[in-house]
Design a protein around this ligand. Structure first.
Ligand SMILES: [Zn+2]
Length: 495
């Protein structure tokens, strides 16, 4: 019986792969290619041999469908020029060489959803109360506790929140707001930091229920449902949908997928649904048939609702899943903490449904594809923009685990279009553009470890690190040495 079931799953998977409209090099077909043996430096993860502005990074390279052990990636004028076992032959000039025998080289992480203007806040607290739909806590509906938090767009506070993500290896975000420099703010046209422009419409209230908090179990009599122009006029439509666990949350999807009188059908290949918790299998098939992405925020879902989206079903259907932090109030302080939640759920609640590679793709390739920038970033491939993070992989054997298990201390170097933004003091000091407008930002950060990091905050924002610290005395910190204080729960339970 088990064999027959296995065969059925395999055949279904094959059919799915062959009909998948998004062309992704899939996990499972990875090849591990042994290239050259590299020598680790005496100290730290990477050594640097000075040279010109091009960068030749040697390490363990997470390419789309291969891992090159002791491989190379060559970066020229902000673009990836070569990925493989040997890129030396691809360059006439003398590049700066960054050699990281135990380093893992990944595309810069992409956070598919956040609310940066709230991320100065510490995690909220609502005890054991769990909500059924977001208007329950937003507006205190149906006898629930009303939670409210400060929306603060002070550029120094936003820069602080972007820096918190950057030091965790994130290079791009759809963060609802943003500030110049640091992260690429993909949903803000003027803050994409030189990327070929993308038009993302980030809508928190696609039904216009922000003020009224309308809660309907059936019918689409909402204040104002978005029109189809949101699809026509944008590369990506990114609405909050079905954030909750009850028929009220489900009805939002009904009315945004053309399934009832007065509904509008906004489900398309340009659509990426944030949350999508209260969907059933028939709904999921609509997403699959339209190549719609789901943006998943498990920690925030679980801390508010005790439950998260049916992601194993989504994945079995071949739906593209991108990961996101949502906000510090109910979610994770960084994608690295969000991955700890995913890793825990996968092991103890999802029967290891997701491979390590699949989890890694949720914060790289899947997020890029979902946000309509899959032709620019999210993959280490020639002609892609060189948004790259190098992580310390010295204590892992499976290189995807280096990303999944990393904490902020393991982030060795972050490049945006080949320009260093942040990293360990040693490589930063020797890489072109790693000094001017850059400063030491964390020294002796944690007692167990002397940590010397350099961040190019002044070059990016026009403010010093001290300016940011002074403006964020009451803000949620950039990092914790261990588990973040009062971190929202990732343990699914509904009393
Ligand atoms: Zn949100």
């Amino acid at each position: 019986m088990k064999v027959i079931k296995g065969l059925f799953v395999l055949i279904s998977a094959l059919i799915l792969v062959s009909t998948l409209p998004i062309t992704l090099e899939s996990c499972g077909a990875q090849e591990i290619i042994q290239c050259k043996k590299l020598t680790p430096p005496d100290q730290g993860v990477c050594s640097v041999i000075s040279g010109g502005n091009s960068l030749l990074i040697s390490g363990n390279i997470l390419a789309p469908s291969e891992i090159y052990i002791g491989g190379d990636i060559l970066i020229k004028e902000g673009l990836i020029a070569c990925v493989g076992c040997d890129c030396v032959g691809n360059t006439q000039d003398k590049p700066t060489r960054i050699i990281c025998a135990n380093g893992v080289v990944s595309p810069g992480l992409i956070n598919a959803h956040d609310h940066l203007s709230y991320d100065h806040s510490y995690p909220g607290s609502w005890g054991n109360e769990r909500f059924d739909q977001r208007n329950d806590w937003r507006l205190g509906k149906r006898g629930h506790t009303k939670l409210s938090y400060e929306n603060n767009s002070d550029p120094l506070k936003i820069a602080w929140s972007e820096l918190r993500q950057l030091i965790s290896g994130t290079t791009s975000i759809a963060g609802s707001t943003g500030t110049k420099g640091l992260l690429r703010n993909l949903d803000i046209g003027s803050m994409q930091e030189g990327l070929k422009p993308v038009k993302i419409l980030n809508h928190v209230f696609p039904l216009g229920d922000g003020k009224s908090g309308t809660q309907l179990e059936r019918g689409c009599d909402y204040p104002q449902i978005d029109g189809t122009d949101v699809i026509d006029n944008n590369d990506c439509y990114l609405p909050h949908v079905a954030e909750g666990v009850d028929p009220v949350a489900h009805n939002e999807f009904v009315c945004l997928s053309g399934q009832a009188k007065g509904a509008v059908n906004l489900i398309s290949k340009k659509t990426a649904l944030i949350h999508a918790i209260a969907l059933n299998e028939a709904d999921a098939k609509i997403l699959r048939d339209n190549s719609t992405t789901v943006v998943w925020s498990p920690r925030s879902n679980i801390s508010f609702y005790g439950k998260t989206a049916p992601v194993t079903m989504y994945d079995s259907l071949g739906i593209n899943i991108a990961l996101s932090t949502d906000w510090t109030i109910s979610g994770s302080m960084s994608l690295l903490r969000e991955m700890k939640c995913v890793d825990y759920l996968n092991k103890y609640h999802f029967n290891n449904h997701f491979s390590d590679c699949k989890i890694w793709r949720m914060i790289t390739a899947n997020a890029a594809v979902g946000l309509a920038v899959g032709d620019r970033i999210g993959f280490l491939k020639p002609n892609y923009v060189a948004d790259v993070v190098i992580l310390n992989g010295s204590s892992v054997t499976n290189y995807y685990r280096a990303v999944i298990e990393a904490d902020w201390k393991d982030i060795v170097l972050v490049l945006r279009a080949g320009i260093p933004l942040y990293g360990d003091k040693e490589p930063m000091a020797l890489i072109p553009n790693g000094q001017s407008g850059c400063e030491d930002i964390i020294v002796n950060g944690c007692s167990d470890n002397k940590i010397n990091k350099t961040g190019c905050i002044n070059r990016e924002t026009g403010h010093s690190f001290k300016d940011l610290v002074d403006a964020n005395k009451d803000s949620y910190p950039l990092f914790y040495c261990q588990t973040p204080f009062n971190e929202p729960s990732c343990f699914p339970t509904r009393p």
